[in-house]
Design a protein around this ligand. Structure first.
Ligand code: HEM
Length: 710
């Protein structure tokens, strides 16, 4: 669609007689004809010249009276709004939610009641710490916010891609965020946890330990926004038509499986394409490969809640799926890109307090604080109290009340009556006890209820057991990555005592982890001694937590890069393309020059990307199709050498024509080649390549290529 528009525009410009009137200043005048709209000011006055400001004489000073020019510049001067205080960088998409397994026994929410029922949604994925212009690939939690425009009002599920959080009480959020954001005196680092203030704060906040293990895992460097799990984190309540309440945790599962990149890839991707995730989401939707997630709940009752060895109101804890399985309720499909990033993605205002009848809160003190924070911040970010009228935020069901006025009010509400009860407007909106939202009359707490206290309950006191459980649930490569991440981050911390404190906490999480990290950073024997308030216990590992463990053998939604030279065999290449397309994957052609290559058959092959701008970190697997002549210049080309060396180091499956072999020697990997490096000269080898690439990474290779890190 986008391509067609582009072509059309180009055709118009290419018709110089009709559309181009060159001016002496160099700017092109594109004048309107009868069929084309005339450009106007915001007052609707048609503009005759959009290239030159009004001047006194051709070379004289510009005149203040030029209302068209003033209006244009004034508008431009005010085009930015404050970015979100957290989660500033985000990418959004429209789509729908469809019920596959209705749950009326759990909730009266109408959008979950009927099989096949569809509800419009808008989702926004974000990083947390960086500014709106930061890169897509820092080590950071990803926001996963979904607005359901239900027929009973908007429900916003404002979650993350990690099921736990750093803090237990919202009062600590205004401490957490400045600790991770750029340090206030120096204005850096941009979107990185690897600095003193973050680890200083964390090392003094044991409740963050479970989350810290999660953020040091590969979850914080997702391969794609389309391949992330999402979580509502807090315990919510569902309430059915009989008023019965059930506790729930909300889950999103990507249907093409979860995947992450390796840290070295993340670093390189951020440099080579800071918009990697945004582009990936946009392009996938534009070409019809719609991202999809299963939506599920872990539902449990008061009795089960009481049986857990943690408090369900503590957002630093998960309920393992092995204890309470996830019941799939529906699916979300994102099938439409925004047409205006600002109007839709930037102006979207999510709020965990936007619930509909049948969904209710618990007293989780983190959730309770959030219920205040979002509207409060949006009043300044979106300029007043009327941002709910913006198209992206407006409910799709009727919205009628007696609120009036305020900055930027867009609705023109007629009538004398802006109060209730009233007798002057009998047809005006009234409360509706039957259909309206009713808060579940929960009996809150025990013992302390009724007393005004500032305290953290004893039931929130175990800060290490689930962190240990998480670490022990990881596969060997994932454990290695966690160790490496800690080593990297602590090596960036300048103050030794902070490093020592973190090591002390790690020893409580898992001795082997602490040992690996202190060895990696050369700080053996320098752990601070931390006395926990409550000693950790050994919990059963939860295999469902391991991304590698549950990875699906699939190439769906993946991208394979083929580096192709002049004279390469096009038949093999096309065989690979066909095989990949059958698997739902895409082949991107990388050529030494963007002009493409001439294949052995004489056919010209158009390139998708030039080698200098398409490092192998962009791809899930790679292949090299080179002729004996074509490979020669690549043997002296550092981009080509890095392409192969990185692909190998990042554990990717590499296919190649036999003529490409010398490149392995240049990349220094010729002696290490393994079953993940596959010669593609025979037709049957394409099948072998596909099977290997479906396994996504050659994990066995890792210990050999990164011995010094582990
Ligand atoms: C479980 C814990 C939390 C999660 C999962 C979470 C998630 C999110 C997400 C996904 C966004 C971005 C929404 C979007 O795409 O527009 C966001 C924004 C924000 N969050 Fe949170 N958050 C959490 C805790 C908190 C807490 C405790 C506070 C404050 C006390 C807070 C304050 C904010 C603010 C002020 C914004 C910016 C909202 C805007 O400008 O529209 N968050 N959060």
């Amino acid at each position: 669609m986008a391509k067609t528009n582009k072509t059309k525009g180009f055709e118009k410009l290419a018709d110089p007689e009709k559309y181009l009137v060159a001016g002496p200043g160099g700017a092109t005048h594109q004048t309107a004809d009868a069929a084309q709209a005339s450009l106007t000011t915001n007052q609707g006055v048609i503009v005759a010249d959009n290239q030159n400001a009004l001047k006194s004489g051709g070379r004289g000073p510009s005149l203040l009276e030029d209302f068209a020019s003033r209006e244009k510049i004034t508008h431009f001067d005010h085009e930015r709004i404050p970015e979100r205080i957290v989660h500033a960088r985000g990418s959004g998409a429209h789509g729908y939610f469809e019920v596959t397994n209705p749950i009326p026994h759990l909730t009266r929410a109408s959008f979950l009641a009927e099989k096949g029922k569809k509800t419009e949604v808008f989702a926004r994925f974000s990083t947390v710490a960086g500014g709106a212009g930061a890169g897509d690939m820092p080590r950071d939690v990803r926001g996963f916010a979904v607005k359901f425009y239900t027929d009973e009002g908007n429900f916003d599920l404002v979650g993350n891609n990690i099921p736990v959080f750093f803090i237990q009480d919202a009062i600590k959020f205004p401490d957490l965020v400045p600790s991770v954001k750029m340090e206030p005196d120096r204005g850096y680092p941009q979107d990185a946890t690897a600095h003193d203030t973050f680890w200083d704060f964390i090392s003094l906040l044991p409740e963050s330990m479970n989350m810290v293990l999660w953020i040091m895992s590969d979850r914080t460097i997702p391969r794609s926004l389309r391949m992330m799990e999402g979580f509502g984190i807090h315990t919510f309540r569902l309430v059915n038509a009989d008023g019965k309440s059930t506790f729930v945790k909300f889950h999103w599962r990507p249907t093409i499986g979860s995947a992450s990149v390796i840290w070295d890839e993340a670093v390189k991707i951020n440099g080579a394409d800071p918009d990697f995730h945004r582009r990936d989401l946009h392009e996938a939707i534009a070409k019809g490969a719609f991202p999809e997630w299963e939506f599920g709940v872990q539902a449990f009752d008061e009795e089960q809640a009481a049986s857990f060895d943690f408090d369900i109101l503590d957002a630093t804890k998960i309920i393992p799926e092995e204890v309470i399985p996830i019941e799939v309720v529906g699916r979300m499909v994102l099938d439409r890109n925004p047409v205006n990033f600002f109007a839709e993605t930037e102006q979207a205002a999510f709020h965990p307090g936007h619930v509909v009848p049948g969904i209710d809160f618990t007293s989780d003190p983190l959730l309770q604080g959030r219920l205040f924070s979002y509207t409060d911040t949006q009043i300044s970010r979106l300029g007043g109290a009327n941002f709910h009228e913006l198209p992206i935020n407006r409910p799709r069901c009727p919205m009628r009340n007696l609120q009036r006025d305020g900055m930027r009010r867009m609705d023109v509400n007629p009538g004398r009556v802006a109060y209730e009860p009233n007798s002057l407007d009998p047809s005006g909106p009234r409360e509706n006890p039957k259909r309206g939202f009713r808060t579940f009359a929960a009996q809150e707490g025990e013992g302390e209820t009724g007393q005004k206290l500032r305290l953290r309950p004893e039931s929130f006191a175990d800060h290490y057991s689930q962190a240990r459980q998480f670490y022990r649930s990881m596969s060997a490569p994932e454990q290695r990555h966690i160790q490496n991440a800690f080593a990297f981050e602590l090596s960036k911390v300048e103050t030794p005592v902070i490093r020592s404190r973190v090591l002390g906490h790690l020893a409580l999480v898992e001795e082997a982890l602490a040992h690996a990290v202190e060895t990696a950073i050369g700080m053996e024997g320098q752990r601070a001694e931390i006395t926990p308030y409550q000693a950790p216990i050994d919990l059963e590992p939860s295999p469902a937590l391991s991304l590698v463990g549950k990875a699906k053998p699939t190439l769906k939604g993946r991208k394979v890069g083929a580096l192709v030279t002049d004279g390469a065999d096009g038949d093999r290449l096309e065989a690979l393309r066909d095989a990949l397309e059958k698997e739902g994957a895409e082949l991107a052609i990388v050529a030494p020059k963007i002009g493409g290559v001439d294949l052995k058959s004489g056919k010209h092959l158009v390139a998708d990307m030039a080698l200098s701008g398409a490092p192998s970190v962009f791809f899930d697997a790679v292949a090299i199709f080179a002729s004996a002549e074509g490979i020669k210049p690549l043997l002296k080309n550092s981009a080509a050498i890095d392409w192969v060396r990185d692909a190998f180091g990042h554990l990717k499956v590499i296919g190649h024509s036999s003529s490409a072999q010398p490149l392995f020697g240049k990349a220094g990997i010729a002696d290490d080649l393994d079953e993940g490096v596959i010669e593609l000269d025979a037709r049957s080898s394409v099948g072998q390549y596909i099977e290997a690439a479906k396994r996504q990474r050659v994990w066995d290779r890792e210990a050999r290529v990164s011995e010094s890190d582990a």
